[in-house]
Design a protein around this ligand. Structure first.
Ligand SMILES: Cc1cc2nc3c(=O)[nH]c(=O)nc-3n(C[C@H](O)[C@H](O)[C@H](O)COP(=O)(O)OP(=O)(O)OC[C@H]3O[C@@H](n4cnc5c(N)ncnc54)[C@H](O)[C@@H]3O)c2cc1C
Length: 308
């Protein structure tokens, strides 16, 4: 641990964290950003068409633009290591990484986003990366002209189905509900695609195969059914990456609770983006929340230093 005390440590490497870092440094704060890696969820997305200023841009490209913008500023960056603990000692935050590095700061902004939710059924772990996929854009092209299944018909599931419909022979999309949810424009694209078939009110039970996936068993109308597919794309939402700290209050699903100022119940601890309980989980929202958190953190640090 060094003697250095930062004004703010920001944890995360995607839209919420990068926006927070830019606003923090422009507010005159000594700013350190700690991330395991840059990019975040948007890097695994096909096309973004709803972020102001870009009519259409790929996920990896917009992530790269965010990073280039960050690099215009004097923000210290530590990458390649997960933050494993955030605590508070004598009015200073202590941010610790898996490599044993410890950073201290007057304030901290948690922007750790979300990770893909797992199905938690037999075969999921066994066939992971051998037919069970969590990123349609990354691995979809491997399933050229094959029969694939997208599990989930929400925001991510419908986007994956549209993307895969240009690659796979047939895209089966399964959901426990009877309707698709997500953006209306994407739902219409699914409906227009001739090779997407929606299996409603069905619950996947098992993934089977030998070397790779051969199919799934699912329950529908009280009956066990079988579907032969070579790829299972799991798109059933996200879980918050909030395990790194027990300091703030969390809701029952693990999302960090904040007020509209992005303040947690702990003085000087802020939280922005998909890891908090506000939503909606979108780039524009997470970057806006990053801005809000940084500006409030800057006020907090100025007042704190004036009192010290
Ligand atoms: C399939 C899909 C399609 C989407 N399409 C769109 C779209 O078209 N338009 C749109 O606006 N939004 C879209 N979204 C939503 C958008 O991606 C998210 O709202 C946005 O990425 C949230 O940003 P974030 O910074 O809060 O978190 P994330 O993007 O989740 O990033 C979290 C960051 O924190 C880092 N991190 C996590 N834990 C730790 C730790 N312990 N220590 C250090 N670093 C850590 C991660 O490496 C990452 O850099 C999509 C999401 C998905 C899943």
């Amino acid at each position: 641990m060094t003697d250095e005390i930062h004004d703010v440590v920001i944890v995360g490497g995607a839209s919420a964290a990068i926006s927070a870092a830019i606003y923090a440094v422009r507010s005159g704060m000594d700013t350190l950003l700690v991330a395991d890696e840059f990019g975040g969820q948007i890097e695994n997305t096909d096309v973004v068409e709803n972020y102001l200023g870009f009519k259409s841009i790929t996920g990896p490209e917009i992530a790269e633009r965010f990073r280039e913008h960050l690099n215009e500023y004097d923000v210290q960056q530590e990458t390649g290591s997960m933050v494993t603990d955030i605590s508070k000692e004598e009015d200073l935050f202590r941010v610790e990484t898996e490599d044993g590095e410890v950073y201290r700061a007057h304030s901290t902004i948690v922007c750790t986003g979300g990770s893909r939710r797992r199905l938690d059924i037999p075969g999921e772990e066994e066939f992971r990366n051998r037919g069970v996929v969590y990123c349609a854009v990354c691995d979809g092209p491997l399933y050229q002209d094959e029969e694939v299944l997208v599990v989930g018909a929400g925001y991510a599931g419908t986007e994956a189905a549209v993307y895969l419909s240009d690659i796979a022979e047939t895209v089966h999309m399964m959901d426990t509900g009877s309707e698709m949810s997500g953006e209306a424009i994407t739902i219409n694209q699914v409906k227009d695609a001739e090779n997407v078939d929606f299996i409603k009110e069905a619950r996947i039970q098992e993934i089977y195969g030998d070397e790779t996936v051969n199919g799934v068993k699912y329950r529908q109308d009280g009956e066990m059914k079988d579907l032969e597919v070579t790829g299972v794309f799991v798109e059933i939402g996200t879980v918050p990456n909030s395990d790194l700290t027990d300091l703030p209050e969390k809701n029952d699903s693990g999302y960090i609770q904040v007020n509209p100022q992005m303040e947690t119940a702990v003085d000087g601890l802020y939280c922005a983006g998909d890891v908090n309980d506000l939503g909606p989980q979108q780039l524009s929202v997470s970057s806006g929340q990053g801005t809000q958190a940084a500006l409030n953190a800057a006020d907090y640090v100025k007042e704190k230093k004036a009192e010290d």
